[in-house]
Design a protein around this ligand. Sequence first.
Ligand code: UGA
Length: 436
Amino acid sequence: MERNSEREPIGVIGTGYVGLVTAAGFAALGSDVYCVDIDVEKVRGLKEGRIPIWEPGLKELVAEHRERLHFSTDLASALEHARLLFVAVGTPPTYSGDADLSAVHAVVAAMPASDRHALVMKSTVPVGTGENIERAFAEQGKGFRYVSCPEFLKEGSAVKDFLHPDRVVVGDTGDWAGDAVQALYVPLDAPIIRTDIKSAEMVKLASNAFLATKISFINEIANVCEETGADVVEVARGMGLDDRIGPKFLQAGIGFGGSCFPKDVTALKQLAGNSGYHFQLLNAVIEVNELQKRRVISKLQKHLGDLVGKEIALLGLAFKPNTDDMREASSLVLSARLSAAGARVRAYDPVAESEARKLIRGIEFTPSAAAAVEGADAAVLVTEWPEFAELDLVAMAASMRGSLLVDGRNFIDPDRARAAGLLYEAIGRPSHNGAG
Ligand code: UGA
């Protein structure tokens, strides 16, 4: 990847996970990056090299390009040094399921009159947001340009995803701002889609909704596999080799979580509804996902009967491995359901414990997987952390009171579990040890 000292400086507004990765990535490509955040503590930490999120490789990338990364709570330096201001503020769901755009609107309102600048929207926003912002700029006589440049980073591999994107989408009205954004991405050597603003906004929502649909689809196939004796891992392998289907996002499990899929699927459904269209498929995607989180309870009850007083160990809490993010994690529903059913829950997560403590009450956190399973009636693998591949299953079986392992991510080798003397239940795979 070519690095160029002549690179255009940029501003980044919002130093959350998307903003910070974008800032560090563009700094790595040679741009001076002026980051702005309203959170005084966060900015102080960033100036001192403290990274507020756990994302592999990010700390190192920020440290390596420190001299090009400038952090401030004041917009003025970004406006002074950069024409392009990337917006990466949160757009969480509201009670109605629509995206909360108050942080985006606050950014728009804070912009001065200028025909030299452009806002580049990284935050995920409903289709039509760009048009509304352009109209607001025009009405206020601000002269600002607007570009939609949605983000496709995955937590846990965000740095790699920034540096090696499958595609870059630039939605604009065909002037200097879109060209300037495109030029920033050229060194990454990825296909660049130039399109209109609304289509760019829709690419983002449709991509996330499609991936979520793929997951709910394979989860339903898994549930039918359980009824019919087929093995969903074999089925996904056979399906995935079809080029038109592809092998990714066909891992059955206990449902998708995170800050994006649940929010964006609901936002797209809501967007459709607000425009008078009933998006039936997405209703099913959401419902299947909710039910999928709860199926673990029936698997536990099948073997343990009433869960009152039963000791259940949760292995992993984060919504997926390599992140400490607990937003919409399946473990939130699972632990709450288990507690409500009278079970005693112990949980271990290698990274997400402190985030989990803020959201989950009434369970015990343990410092290791071994401590979580000791004396447990059953263990549930919730997040496929790499270290769980190395679990000493023989020692685990010996230290548990019961022998049930529910593998919520089809992560453990069933034969290994069986050989260790565990009663192994997966998702959409035949039960082992004659437990079915
Ligand atoms: C997702 C998208 O993959 C990114 O492209 C997008 O940029 C991002 O949302 C966003 O909009 O910001 P992320 O939420 O980080 O990224 O996580 P994913 O790796 O996509 O996983 C989401 C959930 O789906 C996890 O709970 C994961 O366990 C689950 N999943 C994923 C499955 O259950 N099965 C699969 O086969 C794949």
